[in-house]
Write a protein that binds this ligand. Structure first.
Ligand code: DQA
Length: 139
């Protein structure tokens, strides 16, 4: 089973960025832990602050991965391009948010990409990524 985690803008700052919302660990640290916990799986990770690079990562994942875990960050709320990219591929996508977007500012309550994803995990911190891995692994 090959799974790729794709993180969007500002998630390269995890650990430094608003730690009261997003926690104190960097994603690189957490990704190392994920690799240790999921040794039977092929886990990859890609992060970009650039919308077009995220579109390309989703398109490229289609032939190369069995599942995509996508935290599109702020593009969740704005990007028709990401919505269309997810709709254009066959690989299933799980949407993950570290914070509970429905408990925050109103502009975060709308996800443009959810309708193209198989499911959504939000508000469970970094554990959301492991829960998404477990789902792919068991299905
Ligand atoms: C986020 C929530 C988004 O609203 C925000 O723009 C992010 C991170 C999350 O993981 O909680 O950058 O996707």
């Amino acid at each position: 089973m090959r799974i790729i985690i794709i993180n969007g803008p500002n998630l390269n700052l995890l650990g430094k960025r608003e730690p009261e919302i997003y926690g104190a660990a960097s994603f690189e640290e957490y990704f190392k832990e994920l690799k240790k916990l999921n040794q039977g799986l092929e886990l990859s990770y890609f992060q970009s602050n650039i919308e077009g690079e995220l579109v390309e990562a989703i398109q490229n994942a289609d032939d190369n991965f069995d599942g995509i875990i996508l935290n599109a960050a702020a593009y969740t709320h704005t990007s028709v391009a990401l919505h269309d990219a997810i709709g254009a591929i066959g690989t299933p996508v799980i949407e993950v948010h570290i914070s509970n977007i429905y408990k925050r500012e109103e502009f975060r309550h709308k996800s443009i990409i959810s309708s193209k994803c198989i499911g959504l995990i939000a508000g469970l911190g970094l554990r959301g990524y492991q829960l998404a891995i477990d789902y792919f692994n068991q299905n």
